[in-house]
Write a protein that binds this ligand. Sequence first.
Ligand SMILES: [Zn+2]
Ligand SMILES: [Zn+2]
Length: 79
Amino acid sequence: MQGSVSHRIKSDWSLETTCPICLEYFMDPVVLDCDHNFCRACITQCWEGSQTLSCPQCRQTCPEKNLRWEGKLRQKAGT
Ligand SMILES: [Zn+2]
Ligand SMILES: [Zn+2]
């Protein structure tokens, strides 16, 4: 029983909220299969012209269809 089960997410979270590509806060963030996050624009640009869609962080292959959109993409302009 060590009793020290404190999740130190807070300190790491600041890193998690910035995009490793543009080093800005996420804009329209997406998360890949490997749980790495990127701006949609950044990962799209990174993958542009590239045959293999892999994570820039860990090189894990991430089929684009497995992109999970973190933002609310469902806001389709109706009316
Ligand atoms: Zn970015
Ligand atoms: Zn990754």
